[in-house]
Design a protein around this ligand. Structure first.
Ligand SMILES: NC(=O)c1ccc[n+]([C@@H]2O[C@H](COP(=O)([O-])OP(=O)(O)OC[C@H]3O[C@@H](n4cnc5c(N)ncnc54)[C@H](OP(=O)(O)O)[C@@H]3O)[C@@H](O)[C@H]2O)c1
Length: 328
């Protein structure tokens, strides 16, 4: 039986690299479903995957994770197409209008925190968020709430007696506790909606384990490291990236979190595919790492999360789910 694997945000970057690596590993053993908002890019991704793996089964699904109605109709379609989903990679993400704090950057560049600054973006990255037509903060809706709703809608194909299914969240090292507030889960106030949404995904993964493990559904969180993708290219003008590249390759020798390529960044996503979900630590974030010699590996690191906050967030998300559904 082929394993059915759905990946959100699969048309580029880390999501596409994961699809490529899954097919390279076992072309006949997986049935991929690329869930993307832009069908033109989705078709291009599918064509590229099939060019390298002509016998692979690669399905497409239109889904905008920032839109409630899109999530609900996409989930409906999934339930019609597949009896069971074995893996659901919650990978789509945005970091809109990133602003780079040049002053903090140069201060950090000549301090002992330089590697942490590059690795986590702490203190140098802010974003300007906006509100979706559903009335939600866009970063929260895209990165977190749309995925939460998707999991809830897909319960019938994710929870099966005697079988396990896995959720895998693409989080970040930029998921800082300090950016998240339980009284403002959408991050309406503040300038770090990305960091807030990623911290919320760390918390939510723990709550999902508490509520769904008995039904055979397990949730894990990964960090891909620092990867050059459309998301990171949006942070700085291209000439600055050109100037910084030599520094990055130099830092890469000293820090394993500079994975740099989508292939390397997808390491932990692929590693989790091969694990028994029951053996995973719900408090760990699984990091894709690349050594100075270019060797990829995965390492668990404890997350800065607690059960009480995770449950509070879960309750708030359930309430929001009821609210948005009542408006449909
Ligand atoms: N790159 C890094 O260093 C890094 C570090 C930590 C975490 N991450 C996380 O890794 C994940 C993948 O990002 P990436 O770096 O690979 O960047 P990317 O190449 O920009 O990929 C992001 C993917 O998400 C999709 N997406 C965005 N908004 C969407 C929406 N509303 N509905 C459906 N799909 C949507 C994009 O589709 P479109 O083509 O339609 O925009 C794209 O396929 C993200 O969750 C990101 O936060 C990245």
């Amino acid at each position: 039986m082929k394993k059915v694997v759905l990946v959100t945000g699969a048309n580029s970057g880390i999501g596409l690299a994961l699809c490529e690596r899954l097919l390279s590993q076992d072309t006949e053993g997986v049935q991929l479903c690329l869930a993307c908002r832009n069908m033109r890019r989705a078709q291009a991704a599918r064509a590229a995957l099939l060019a390298a793996h002509p016998t692979a089964q690669v399905d497409l699904l239109q889904m905008d994770t920032s839109s409630i109605s899109s999530i609900i109709s996409a989930a409906q379609e999934v339930k019609v197409r597949y009896d069971q989903l074995d893996y659901l990679y919650l990978n789509a993400g945005i970091m809109p209008n990133p602003q780079f704090d040049v002053k903090s950057f140069f201060k950090g560049l000549f301090s002992s925190k330089v590697i942490n600054m590059f690795a986590t973006g702490e203190g140098i990255l802010t974003q300007t968020d906006c509100v979706t037509p559903d009335g939600l903060q866009e970063v929260f809706a895209t990165n977190l709430f749309g995925h939460f709703l998707l999991v809830r809608e897909l319960e019938p194909v994710l929870c099966h007696a005697g079988q396990t299914s896995q959720l895998v969240w693409t989080s970040s090292s930029n998921a800082h506790h300090s950016a998240f507030n339980l009284e403002d889960i959408q991050h309406q106030i503040g300038s770090q909606p990305y960091s807030s949404s990623k911290y919320a995904s760390d918390l939510l993964s723990l709550a999902l384990n508490m509520h769904y493990n008995k039904q055979g559904l397990y949730s894990s969180v990964i960090c891909p490291g620092f990867v050059m993708t459309n998301l990171t290219y949006g942070i700085l003008p291209s000439f600055l990236w050109m100037l910084l590249m030599p520094i990055f390759w130099l830092i890469r020798i000293f820090t394993n979190t500079f994975t740099l390529t989508p292939y390397n960044g997808a390491e932990a996503l692929l590693w989790l595919f091969k694990q028994k979900p029951e053996s995973l630590d719900p408090y760990a974030k699984y990091h894709s790492l690349t050594s100075g010699f270019g060797i990829n590996y995965t390492q668990p690191r404890k997350m800065d999360i607690d059960l009480e906050s995770s449950e509070s967030l879960y309750e708030k998300l359930l309430q929001l789910e009821r609210d948005v559904k009542s408006k449909l």
